[in-house]
Design a binder for this molecule. Structure first.
Ligand SMILES: [Zn+2]
Length: 270
């Protein structure tokens, strides 16, 4: 859901409408600008922001054979971008297209500024347990997302960034808006995680307990559903062998592209 859709969603909540309708900014969605019900308007292509982890002076994990995480995830991310973007129904952008370093907050902000419907960070990290292997996916932990929503609720520019001027709003209404946004973001991210892991698990080795949550900075966009996929562990000899193999990387990218297309073309993203 992009910011405009979020506003439309908020406008669809009858209790909020009287407060918001007078504060909609020029250029933002308006409840009076059409006869169609909210959610029934034609929507343009969805935007997927893919974030290859690490880069530049930060190699990420280094495999036992010297494989750099930053290189294999960039390769996978580019192939996913090519495959998902191929049919034209979904736009795809990359946070980095070469070996450059971007800090975590900037990666998250790139997704927000672009109005991404889904943000996916791709990694291949290491674990102290060298036997750990397989794909897993992370969303922001509930505690972290609650804390973060609470923190941003205090910043008046948050709801402003959603296209709503909160300066005239009752504090409680502004808090409800922020809560709605955060809740929708979290639900959509959880749905994406479940769909992708379940689908990918039919064709690729999964980590034990592959659906995970953690306090990752790159996942903290309050208004962009975000997840992080560990395609495998460079600390595991079998996973590293796969990730070093260009054909295997293509296969992993193909599986991710298939599942991402599935997610982006169905509710709540379509
Ligand atoms: Zn990583």
């Amino acid at each position: 859901m992009n910011r405009r859709d979020l506003l439309r969603f908020a406008l669809a909540v009858p209790a909020l409408a009287p407060f918001i309708s007078v504060t909609v900014r020029a250029g933002a969605a308006s409840p009076q600008d059409g006869t169609r019900a909210p959610g029934k308007r034609p929507r343009g292509p969805r935007l997927l922001m893919i974030d290859p982890g690490h880069g530049g002076h930060d190699p990420g994990a280094v495999g036992v054979h010297g494989t750099y995480e930053k290189d294999v995830v960039l390769d996978i991310a580019k192939e996913v971008t090519r495959l998902v973007g191929r049919n034209g129904g979904i736009n795809v952008k990359l946070t980095r297209e070469d070996d450059s370093f971007i800090d975590l907050r900037e990666r998250m902000e790139l997704g927000r500024r672009a109005g991404a419907d889904l943000f996916l960070s791709i990694h291949a990290d290491s674990a102290p347990n060298r036997k750990a292997r397989g794909l897993s996916a992370y969303t922001l932990s509930e505690k972290a997302s609650d804390d973060f929503a609470a923190a941003i609720a205090k910043q008046e520019n948050f709801a402003g960034g959603l296209g709503v001027d909160v300066s005239d709003l009752d504090k409680n209404v502004a808090a409800i808006l922020v809560d709605l946004a955060a809740r929708h973001t979290r639900t959509a991210a959880l749905h994406a995680k479940q769909t992708i892991v379940t689908g990918a698990g039919k064709d690729i080795q999964l980590l034990e307990n592959p659906m995970r949550a953690a306090n990752f900075a790159v996942l903290k966009a309050p208004d962009v559903p975000s997840l992080l996929i560990e395609t495998g562990f460079l600390s595991n000899a079998q996973d590293e062998k796969l990730l070093r193999d260009p054909a295997a990387r293509k296969r992993i990218a193909g599986i991710l592209a298939r599942e991402l297309t599935r997610v982006m073309t169905a509710s709540p993203f379509a």
